[in-house]
Design a protein around this ligand. Structure first.
Ligand code: NAD
Length: 287
């Protein structure tokens, strides 16, 4: 049996994905989606994939230049929206309603990492800031999206973003872990209430995508200011994935979001879909 080198495996994955992206299936034809944190990283990849599949996408972020140009390139809309502010999230949803008259998909993706360090020195102020984005951001999104979905009586789909850090210990910071665990609990409790209205609520839990957020966390923790995404990917590929040499791309996560947003997952609700190369199901010593 021929052994594929990690590098080759990674390259073939990237090419495989490129091919998949060339043939969009219009799985979200005519749907209207709001994506928070959609200006870069996982959110941006999802905005592109949703639009390629026929969705009308509103990008809600605080990175105005990136968000505006991405929205333009995919025929969508951009709105400045700090998800920690309830009014901002409501305005993003109102923009979707004013534009297309409905909301089908709410992707609560915006998130921040940190603060790092021991529980014994926990910085409560920074902890509150992480909570205001990660927990309140999801809460605001579910609250206002479900309101308009219930009024529209067409059902809908809400996707929240947790993390592998909420599933196994020792990944990321304590406040980050706590915030992501809270999101899984919130997803389940709201799925119980909203199912009767035909609204599905699910979570995705990515692991080890060398996005801006993860790379800057590695730089902080390892004290290597010039660390590049490829280096972080290499570490994850070697130690944080059962698929040796392979780490998650933003598109891997976007494909999971597309599945949960589409009718193919029509009977799936209250589920946390982990995109982790098997990491959270293995013991920590994968050598
Ligand atoms: P990223 O930093 O590239 O993207 C995060 C996006 O959220 C950015 O566009 C940023 O501007 C936006 N954002 C941050 N604060 C915001 C706020 N207050 N209001 C609105 N937008 C805000 O990182 P990413 O890896 O693409 O992260 C996306 C989500 O995936 C996050 O919720 C993150 O916790 C989660 N996640 C990522 C990984 C990973 O390995 N990268 C793993 C698990 C979970």
């Amino acid at each position: 049996c021929k052994q594929t080198s990690p590098q080759t495996a990674m390259e073939s994955h990237i090419h495989m994905h490129d091919d998949a992206r060339k043939s969009p299936a219009n799985r979200l034809r005519g749907k209207v989606a709001v994506i928070t944190g959609g200006a870069r990283g996982i959110g941006a990849a999802t905005a592109i994939l949703f639009a390629e599949n026929g969705a009308n996408v509103v990008i809600a972020d605080i990175l105005d230049d990136l968000g505006t140009s991405l929205a333009y390139s995919i025929g969508g809309k951009y709105i400045h929206c700090d998800v920690s502010k309830e009014d901002d999230v409501e305005s993003a949803i109102n923009l979707a309603l004013a534009w297309k008259g409905k909301l089908d998909i709410m992707f609560n993706n915006a998130g921040v990492s940190g603060p790092d360090g021991s529980i014994t020195n926990l910085d409560m102020e920074k902890t509150k800031q992480v909570f205001s984005v990660n927990v309140n951001g999801n809460l605001h999104g579910i609250k206002h999206a479900s309101k308009v979905m219930i009024e529209g009586q067409n059902g809908g789909c809400i996707i929240c973003t947790a993390s592998s850090a909420a599933v196994v210990g020792g990944l990321g910071s304590h406040p980050y872990t706590l915030s992501k665990g809270a999101i899984i609990g919130l997803m389940k409790s709201t799925a119980c209430e909203l199912g009767v209205h035909g609204i599905r609520v699910n979570c995705i839990s990515p692991h080890g995508v060398p996005s801006e957020m993860l790379v800057s966390a590695y730089r902080r923790i390892l004290g290597k200011e010039d660390m590049q995404p490829e280096e972080v990917g290499k570490i994850i590929g070697e130690r944080g994935s059962l698929l040796r040499g392979r780490y998650a791309s933003v598109e891997d996560v976007a494909q999971a979001a597309l599945f949960l947003a589409s009718e193919e997952s029509g009977f799936i609700t209250a589920h946390n879909l982990v995109i982790d190369g098997g990491y959270t199901s293995a013991n920590n010593n994968m050598a």
